[in-house]
Design a protein around this ligand. Structure first.
Ligand SMILES: *Cc1c(COP(=O)(O)O)cnc(C)c1O
Length: 454
C-alpha cells in the first residue's frame, strides 16, 4: 500500500506524466525519515501553517502544463494550439497565475472564477467563459472583459444578442457530442441526456442564428466528462463535430478556426487506477482530428483543450492530524482526522478512493487496515475506507495524495468548519496561497435581525 517515493528530480528533465503518479513528482523522504514535497518537510509545514493543510507542488503543476504544451507542439504542428486550465478544478489567484505563467489560458464558469483569473493577471483575451446557466450579470461582465463566451444554449445566445450592444463578442458553440464514456454518472457530460450544450438536432438552427449576428463565432466545443481513462472517447470528439464545423463554415459562412475538445483525462488516485499519459491523450485527440479532417478540404483548426484534474490534481496532498480512534471489534478501526468532507467532498459525493501515508514515518511497514474518517456529523464522512497504514496514532500526520482537483474548489463550511489553508511549495520554499479561515470569518456574512437580539 505504501507507495515507493521518488527521488527529487529536475523538472526540466522529468518525463513522468504527473497524472500517472499518486504522489507529486518531488515527493521524497528526508534524512529525518519524513515525507517531503517540493523540498519541504511535511511535518514542518504542518507545524508552521497548521492542520489540515493543502500542500501544492509547483514542479508537478508546471510539468503537467509543459507536457500538454510540448505534446501538442510535437504532435499537432499543422496549426496553433491552446491549452486552457479548467479553473473550476481549483480556482484561486496563485493557481491561475502559475498556469498562466506556463502559457495556459483559463476556462472560467462563473463571475467568481472570471474575477479570480482577471485578478491573477490573466487578460480577457486569454479567458474562455463556460456554463449552462450564465446570468445576464455574468454575461455583461464577460462582454466587458472581452473573453470568449462558450454559448451553451439559447438562453446564452439570446442574452448575448440583448447585451452585446456595439461589442462584437467572441463566441464558441458547445455541442453535446453524443459520446458515452465510462466514468461516474455525475461527471459524464457528453451523452445526449446531458444538461450541457446544444443537442445536435438544434445545430442547424444554432448555426443559422449565429450567422445572422455580427459576432466573431470562432468554432465549436465539446467536453465528454471527467476522470476518463479510455482514449477512444477522446479520439471520437473531432468526428462528432466535423460535420457541424463544415456546415458552419460552408453553409453559413461562419469564420470557424477553433476546435475545442474539452478536458477529462483521468489521474491515478490509487494503484488500481491506470490512466493514459498526457502525451497519449494528446495523441488520441490529434489522431481523431486527423481522421475526421483528412480529405475534408477544411483547414486545420486551432486545437483547444481544457484539462483541469490532470493539471492540478496530482500536484497537491492534504495533510491532516490524527485524533481519536474507535475499534468496532471484528468489524473495523476508525481513525479520525481533523478535516474531512468539508475539505474533500469527493469520497462522499462520488465514492472516490484515495491513497495515504503518514508523513512522520512514510516508510514504516503498513500492516494495519483502518478506515480514515473525517470529523463531520455524517457517517458517510470517510476519506479512505479499509486502507493499509502503519497503525496510525494520535498526533500522526496523515497525508492524502492527489487532492489538487475538486477538493478546495468544492470545499464547504459544513459543521461550520473554517476552510483550511494552502501552501505552494518549491525547492524548499513554502508560500501561503490561501489563508486559513477562522470561526470569526464564518460570521462575516451573517446578519442578525434586531428583533432576534436578546
Ligand atoms: C470540468 C470541465 C473541464 C475539465 O475537466 P477535467 O476532467 O477536470 O479535465 C473542461 N471543460 C469543461 C467544459 C468542463 O466542464
Amino acid at each position: 500500500m505504501t507507495t515507493v517515493l521518488s527521488l527529487s528530480v529536475d523538472p526540466a528533465l522529468d518525463r513522468r506524466a504527473p497524472n500517472q503518479q499518486i504522489w507529486p513528482l518531488t515527493a521524497t523522504v528526508t534524512e529525518a525519515g519524513h515525507l517531503a514535497i517540493g523540498g519541504c518537510d511535511v511535518v514542518d509545514l504542518v507545524a508552521r501553517f497548521g492542520s489540515p493543510l493543502y500542500i501544492l507542488d509547483e514542479t508537478t503543476v508546471r510539468a503537467a502544463c509543459q507536457q500538454y504544451q510540448a505534446s501538442l507542439a510535437r504532435l499537432y504542428p499543422q496549426a496553433p494550439h491552446r491549452v486552457l486550465y479548467a479553473s473550476k478544478a481549483w480556482s484561486c489567484l496563485a493557481v491561475c497565475a502559475l498556469v498562466a505563467q506556463e502559457g495556459l489560458y483559463i476556462d472560467a464558469v462563473s463571475a467568481g472564477e472570471l474575477l479570480t483569473a482577471v485578478e491573477a493577471g490573466v487578460p480577457g483575451d486569454r479567458i474562455y467563459f463556460h456554463g449552462n446557466n450564465k446570468s445576464h450579470d455574468e454575461l455583461r461582465y464577460a462582454l466587458e472583459l472581452g473573453v470568449t463566451v462558450v454559448a451553451d444554449n439559447w438562453h446564452d445566445l439570446q442574452g448575448l444578442r440583448e447585451l452585446a450592444g456595439d461589442r462584437r463578442p467572441r463566441v464558441m458553440l458547445r455541442v453535446t457530442p453524443g459520446i458515452e464514456c465510462h466514468t461516474h454518472e455525475y461527471i459524464r457530460t457528453g451523452h445526449l441526456d446531458s444538461k450541457f450544450g446544444f443537442d445536435p438536432n438544434e445545430m442547424p438552427a444554432v448555426l443559422e442564428f449565429a450567422a445572422q449576428r455580427n459576432w466573431e463565432v470562432v468554432g465549436l466545443h465539446a467536453h465528454i466528462g471527467s476522470q476518463i481513462f479510455e482514449l477512444q472517447a477522446h479520439r471520437d470528439i473531432a468526428e462528432a463535430l466535423v460535420s457541424w464545423y463544415r456546415q458552419g463554415r460552408e453553409t453559413y459562412g461562419l469564420p470557424f478556426t477553433e476546435l475545442n475538445v474539452g478536458g477529462g483525462l483521468g489521474i491515478r488516485y490509487t494503484e488500481a487506477d491506470d490512466p493514459p499519459t498526457i502525451a497519449e491523450w494528446v495523441e488520441a485527440v490529434v489522431t481523431g482530428l486527423g481522421k475526421a479532417w483528412e480529405g475534408s478540404g477544411l483547414p486545420w483548426p486551432t486545437l483547444v483543450c481544457e484539462p483541469g484534474r490532470s493539471l492540478i490534481g496530482p500536484a497537491c496532498v492534504t495533510a491532516y492530524t490524527v485524533g481519536s480512534q474507535k475499534t468496532v471489534p471484528g468489524v473495523r478501526t476508525y481513525i479520525a482526522v481533523d478535516g474531512g468532507m468539508s475539505d474533500n467532498p469527493r469520497p462522499i459525493t462520488y465514492q472516490s478512493r484515495y491513497s495515504a501515508l503518514l508523513a512522520n514515518r512514510p516508510t514504516a511497514t503498513a500492516a494495519t487496515v483502518v478506515t480514515v474518517a473525517g470529523k463531520h456529523c455524517e457517517s458517510g464522512d470517510v476519506l479512505l475506507r479499509d486502507v493499509l497504514l502503519p497503525a496510525p496514532a494520535s498526533g500522526d500526520i496523515l497525508v492524502v495524495a492527489s487532492t489538487g482537483a475538486y477538493n478546495y474548489s468544492m470545499a464547504s463550511h459544513y459543521n461550520r468548519l473554517p476552510k483550511i489553508a494552502a501552501v505552494l511549495v518549491n525547492q524548499g520554499e513554502a508560500n501561503l496561497i490561501l489563508r486559513r479561515e477562522t470561526p470569526a470569518d464564518l460570521l462575516r456574512q451573517d446578519c442578525l435581525p434586531d428583533r432576534l437580539r436578546g
